[in-house]
Write a protein that binds this ligand. Structure first.
Ligand code: DGL
Length: 274
Protein backbone atom coordinates (compact mmCIF):
# COMPACT_ATOMS: atom_id res chain seq x y z
CA UNK A 1 0.00 0.00 0.00
CA UNK A 2 1.25 3.49 -0.85
CA UNK A 3 -0.99 6.44 -0.09
CA UNK A 4 1.05 9.02 -1.97
CA UNK A 5 -0.58 10.63 -5.00
CA UNK A 6 -0.10 9.67 -8.63
CA UNK A 7 1.29 12.58 -10.64
CA UNK A 8 -0.16 13.08 -14.10
CA UNK A 9 0.78 15.62 -16.73
CA UNK A 10 -0.33 16.73 -20.16
CA UNK A 11 0.04 19.90 -22.20
CA UNK A 12 -3.64 20.59 -21.59
CA UNK A 13 -6.93 18.92 -20.76
CA UNK A 14 -6.50 15.78 -22.90
CA UNK A 15 -4.94 13.85 -20.04
CA UNK A 16 -8.30 13.96 -18.30
CA UNK A 17 -9.36 11.13 -20.64
CA UNK A 18 -6.67 9.07 -18.90
CA UNK A 19 -7.35 10.18 -15.32
CA UNK A 20 -11.07 9.51 -15.67
CA UNK A 21 -10.28 5.90 -16.58
CA UNK A 22 -7.71 5.65 -13.78
CA UNK A 23 -10.14 6.97 -11.18
CA UNK A 24 -12.88 4.65 -12.35
CA UNK A 25 -10.60 1.61 -11.82
CA UNK A 26 -8.85 2.88 -8.68
CA UNK A 27 -11.22 5.31 -6.99
CA UNK A 28 -9.06 5.51 -3.84
CA UNK A 29 -6.11 7.02 -5.68
CA UNK A 30 -5.31 10.65 -5.14
CA UNK A 31 -4.28 12.35 -8.41
CA UNK A 32 -2.22 15.48 -8.86
CA UNK A 33 -2.83 16.63 -12.43
CA UNK A 34 -0.66 19.20 -14.13
CA UNK A 35 -1.74 20.87 -17.34
CA UNK A 36 1.09 22.85 -18.94
CA UNK A 37 -1.44 24.94 -20.81
CA UNK A 38 0.95 27.88 -21.11
CA UNK A 39 3.03 25.80 -23.51
CA UNK A 40 0.14 24.10 -25.34
CA UNK A 41 0.36 22.63 -27.96
CA UNK A 42 3.35 20.35 -27.40
CA UNK A 43 2.53 18.68 -30.71
CA UNK A 44 3.84 21.66 -32.67
CA UNK A 45 7.14 21.95 -30.76
CA UNK A 46 10.45 20.29 -31.57
CA UNK A 47 11.86 17.34 -29.64
CA UNK A 48 14.38 19.30 -27.53
CA UNK A 49 11.69 21.70 -26.39
CA UNK A 50 9.26 18.87 -25.60
CA UNK A 51 11.93 17.18 -23.47
CA UNK A 52 12.68 20.43 -21.65
CA UNK A 53 8.99 21.13 -20.90
CA UNK A 54 8.41 17.53 -19.82
CA UNK A 55 11.38 17.71 -17.42
CA UNK A 56 9.82 20.73 -15.74
CA UNK A 57 6.46 18.97 -15.52
CA UNK A 58 8.20 15.99 -13.92
CA UNK A 59 9.99 18.24 -11.43
CA UNK A 60 6.72 19.92 -10.38
CA UNK A 61 5.10 16.54 -9.71
CA UNK A 62 8.13 15.21 -7.82
CA UNK A 63 8.14 18.33 -5.65
CA UNK A 64 4.59 17.38 -4.73
CA UNK A 65 5.71 13.98 -3.45
CA UNK A 66 4.09 11.65 -5.97
CA UNK A 67 4.72 7.88 -5.98
CA UNK A 68 4.59 7.54 -9.78
CA UNK A 69 4.38 9.80 -12.80
CA UNK A 70 1.91 9.17 -15.60
CA UNK A 71 2.66 11.05 -18.81
CA UNK A 72 -0.91 11.40 -20.09
CA UNK A 73 0.30 12.89 -23.34
CA UNK A 74 1.19 11.02 -26.51
CA UNK A 75 3.54 13.76 -27.63
CA UNK A 76 5.56 13.89 -24.41
CA UNK A 77 5.64 10.09 -24.24
CA UNK A 78 6.81 9.77 -27.85
CA UNK A 79 9.59 12.29 -27.37
CA UNK A 80 10.60 12.29 -23.71
CA UNK A 81 9.64 9.03 -21.98
CA UNK A 82 13.14 7.51 -22.06
CA UNK A 83 14.71 10.72 -20.70
CA UNK A 84 12.21 11.08 -17.86
CA UNK A 85 12.47 7.40 -16.94
CA UNK A 86 16.24 7.72 -16.69
CA UNK A 87 16.05 10.84 -14.53
CA UNK A 88 13.11 10.12 -12.24
CA UNK A 89 13.44 8.55 -8.78
CA UNK A 90 9.87 7.21 -9.08
CA UNK A 91 8.47 5.04 -11.90
CA UNK A 92 7.33 6.89 -15.02
CA UNK A 93 4.62 5.58 -17.38
CA UNK A 94 3.64 6.73 -20.83
CA UNK A 95 0.71 6.13 -23.15
CA UNK A 96 2.36 4.69 -26.26
CA UNK A 97 3.15 1.11 -25.34
CA UNK A 98 -0.21 0.21 -23.72
CA UNK A 99 -2.07 1.56 -26.76
CA UNK A 100 0.16 -0.35 -29.16
CA UNK A 101 -0.28 -3.59 -27.20
CA UNK A 102 -4.09 -3.22 -27.36
CA UNK A 103 -4.04 -2.35 -31.07
CA UNK A 104 -1.80 -5.25 -32.03
CA UNK A 105 -4.04 -7.64 -30.07
CA UNK A 106 -7.23 -6.25 -31.56
CA UNK A 107 -6.46 -5.94 -35.25
CA UNK A 108 -7.77 -8.80 -37.35
CA UNK A 109 -6.71 -7.64 -40.80
CA UNK A 110 -3.25 -6.42 -39.71
CA UNK A 111 -3.97 -2.81 -40.67
CA UNK A 112 -3.68 -0.22 -37.90
CA UNK A 113 -4.30 3.50 -38.21
CA UNK A 114 -2.59 6.06 -35.99
CA UNK A 115 -3.97 9.54 -35.37
CA UNK A 116 -1.65 11.73 -33.33
CA UNK A 117 0.03 15.11 -33.16
CA UNK A 118 2.66 16.14 -35.66
CA UNK A 119 5.48 15.72 -33.09
CA UNK A 120 4.27 12.21 -32.21
CA UNK A 121 3.96 11.07 -35.83
CA UNK A 122 7.38 12.54 -36.67
CA UNK A 123 9.01 10.92 -33.62
CA UNK A 124 7.80 7.57 -34.99
CA UNK A 125 7.62 5.94 -31.55
CA UNK A 126 4.15 4.42 -32.04
CA UNK A 127 5.07 3.14 -35.50
CA UNK A 128 8.39 1.66 -34.34
CA UNK A 129 6.80 -0.17 -31.43
CA UNK A 130 4.08 -1.63 -33.66
CA UNK A 131 6.73 -2.87 -36.10
CA UNK A 132 8.73 -4.40 -33.23
CA UNK A 133 5.72 -6.20 -31.78
CA UNK A 134 4.11 -7.22 -35.06
CA UNK A 135 6.37 -6.77 -38.10
CA UNK A 136 3.61 -7.94 -40.45
CA UNK A 137 1.25 -5.11 -39.44
CA UNK A 138 0.77 -2.20 -41.83
CA UNK A 139 0.55 1.21 -40.13
CA UNK A 140 -1.07 4.29 -41.64
CA UNK A 141 -0.17 7.33 -39.55
CA UNK A 142 -1.73 10.77 -39.89
CA UNK A 143 -0.84 13.93 -38.01
CA UNK A 144 -3.92 15.94 -37.04
CA UNK A 145 -2.66 19.32 -35.81
CA UNK A 146 -6.13 20.90 -35.54
CA UNK A 147 -7.72 18.20 -33.39
CA UNK A 148 -6.04 18.90 -30.03
CA UNK A 149 -6.44 22.65 -30.39
CA UNK A 150 -10.16 22.30 -31.11
CA UNK A 151 -10.69 20.03 -28.11
CA UNK A 152 -8.63 22.34 -25.89
CA UNK A 153 -10.97 25.15 -26.96
CA UNK A 154 -14.03 23.07 -26.09
CA UNK A 155 -14.92 22.38 -29.74
CA UNK A 156 -15.78 18.69 -30.01
CA UNK A 157 -19.50 18.56 -30.79
CA UNK A 158 -19.93 16.05 -33.61
CA UNK A 159 -22.33 18.36 -35.44
CA UNK A 160 -19.87 21.28 -35.38
CA UNK A 161 -18.81 22.21 -38.94
CA UNK A 162 -15.19 22.79 -37.88
CA UNK A 163 -15.01 19.30 -36.39
CA UNK A 164 -16.54 17.71 -39.48
CA UNK A 165 -14.18 19.59 -41.79
CA UNK A 166 -11.13 18.49 -39.79
CA UNK A 167 -12.30 14.87 -39.81
CA UNK A 168 -12.73 15.01 -43.58
CA UNK A 169 -9.27 16.49 -43.89
CA UNK A 170 -7.41 13.90 -41.79
CA UNK A 171 -9.22 10.57 -41.99
CA UNK A 172 -9.37 9.65 -45.70
CA UNK A 173 -5.90 7.96 -45.76
CA UNK A 174 -6.94 5.63 -42.93
CA UNK A 175 -10.20 4.77 -44.61
CA UNK A 176 -8.44 4.19 -47.94
CA UNK A 177 -5.91 1.88 -46.26
CA UNK A 178 -8.79 -0.22 -44.85
CA UNK A 179 -7.59 -0.13 -41.23
CA UNK A 180 -9.75 -2.06 -38.76
CA UNK A 181 -8.18 -0.51 -35.64
CA UNK A 182 -7.32 3.13 -34.95
CA UNK A 183 -5.07 4.35 -32.13
CA UNK A 184 -6.20 7.74 -30.86
CA UNK A 185 -2.58 8.53 -30.07
CA UNK A 186 -3.17 11.95 -28.55
CA UNK A 187 -5.06 12.05 -25.29
CA UNK A 188 -7.28 14.89 -26.54
CA UNK A 189 -8.75 12.79 -29.37
CA UNK A 190 -11.20 10.55 -27.45
CA UNK A 191 -13.42 13.62 -27.19
CA UNK A 192 -13.78 13.28 -30.97
CA UNK A 193 -14.35 9.51 -30.85
CA UNK A 194 -18.02 9.71 -31.91
CA UNK A 195 -17.36 11.71 -35.04
CA UNK A 196 -14.26 9.65 -35.92
CA UNK A 197 -16.25 6.46 -35.46
CA UNK A 198 -19.09 7.73 -37.64
CA UNK A 199 -16.62 8.50 -40.41
CA UNK A 200 -14.62 5.26 -40.13
CA UNK A 201 -17.61 2.96 -39.59
CA UNK A 202 -18.88 1.12 -36.53
CA UNK A 203 -16.74 -1.97 -37.19
CA UNK A 204 -13.47 -0.03 -36.85
CA UNK A 205 -12.16 -0.22 -33.26
CA UNK A 206 -10.86 2.96 -31.65
CA UNK A 207 -8.25 2.78 -28.90
CA UNK A 208 -7.84 5.67 -26.52
CA UNK A 209 -4.13 5.80 -25.67
CA UNK A 210 -4.79 7.49 -22.32
CA UNK A 211 -7.40 4.97 -21.21
CA UNK A 212 -5.28 1.99 -22.32
CA UNK A 213 -2.35 3.38 -20.35
CA UNK A 214 -4.52 3.99 -17.28
CA UNK A 215 -5.54 0.31 -17.31
CA UNK A 216 -1.93 -0.76 -17.61
CA UNK A 217 -0.80 1.61 -14.83
CA UNK A 218 -3.50 0.41 -12.46
CA UNK A 219 -2.46 -3.20 -13.11
CA UNK A 220 1.16 -2.28 -12.32
CA UNK A 221 0.21 -0.54 -9.07
CA UNK A 222 -1.92 -3.49 -8.03
CA UNK A 223 0.73 -6.10 -8.85
CA UNK A 224 3.40 -4.16 -6.97
CA UNK A 225 1.39 -3.39 -3.84
CA UNK A 226 1.46 0.33 -4.60
CA UNK A 227 -2.25 1.12 -4.61
CA UNK A 228 -3.69 3.57 -2.14
CA UNK A 229 -6.33 2.82 0.48
CA UNK A 230 -8.78 4.99 2.37
CA UNK A 231 -8.14 8.09 0.36
CA UNK A 232 -11.27 9.63 -0.97
CA UNK A 233 -10.41 13.15 -1.97
CA UNK A 234 -10.02 12.46 -5.68
CA UNK A 235 -7.93 14.87 -7.67
CA UNK A 236 -6.37 18.30 -7.61
CA UNK A 237 -5.60 20.12 -10.84
CA UNK A 238 -2.87 22.64 -11.58
CA UNK A 239 -2.50 24.63 -14.76
CA UNK A 240 0.18 26.96 -16.05
CA UNK A 241 -2.60 28.64 -18.04
CA UNK A 242 -5.92 30.14 -16.98
CA UNK A 243 -7.64 28.18 -14.18
CA UNK A 244 -11.01 29.54 -15.39
CA UNK A 245 -10.46 28.22 -18.90
CA UNK A 246 -9.30 24.86 -17.54
CA UNK A 247 -12.34 24.51 -15.28
CA UNK A 248 -14.78 25.63 -17.99
CA UNK A 249 -13.49 23.22 -20.64
CA UNK A 250 -13.10 20.41 -18.09
CA UNK A 251 -16.78 20.82 -17.23
CA UNK A 252 -17.71 20.43 -20.91
CA UNK A 253 -15.59 17.28 -21.10
CA UNK A 254 -16.43 15.67 -17.78
CA UNK A 255 -19.96 17.03 -17.34
CA UNK A 256 -19.20 18.08 -13.79
CA UNK A 257 -17.84 21.16 -12.10
CA UNK A 258 -14.28 20.72 -10.81
CA UNK A 259 -13.49 24.43 -10.45
CA UNK A 260 -12.96 24.22 -6.68
CA UNK A 261 -10.05 21.81 -7.24
CA UNK A 262 -8.29 23.84 -9.98
CA UNK A 263 -5.37 26.11 -9.19
CA UNK A 264 -3.07 28.21 -11.35
CA UNK A 265 0.71 27.90 -11.12
CA UNK A 266 3.30 30.20 -12.67
CA UNK A 267 4.52 28.92 -16.06
CA UNK A 268 7.82 27.13 -15.42
CA UNK A 269 9.47 28.59 -18.46
CA UNK A 270 8.37 31.67 -20.30
CA UNK A 271 11.28 31.25 -22.72
CA UNK A 272 10.76 31.19 -26.47
CA UNK A 273 8.60 29.08 -28.67
CA UNK A 274 9.83 26.07 -30.65
N1 DGL B 1 -2.52 15.65 -25.35
C1 DGL B 1 -1.33 15.75 -26.15
C2 DGL B 1 -0.98 14.36 -26.68
O1 DGL B 1 -1.46 13.37 -26.16
C3 DGL B 1 -1.36 16.63 -27.36
C4 DGL B 1 -1.72 18.02 -27.35
C5 DGL B 1 -0.59 18.93 -27.76
O2 DGL B 1 -0.28 19.06 -28.96
O3 DGL B 1 -0.04 19.52 -26.84
O4 DGL B 1 -0.22 14.23 -27.61
Amino acid sequence: MDNRAIGVFDSGLGGLTATEELSSILPDEHIIYLSDSYNFPYGEKNRERIIEMSRRDLRFLLENGVKAVFIACGTATSNALAVLKAESPVPVFGVVEPAVVEAVCLTKNGKIGLLATRASVEAGTYQRLIQEMAPEVEVTAKACPKFATMVEDGIFDKEDERVLRAVEEYLPPLKKAGVDTVILGCTHYPLLADVISEYMGADVRLISAGAAAARSLSAYLGENGLTSKNRSYGAEYYTTGSPEHFARTAELMLRRDISQFVRGVEPFDKGGDI
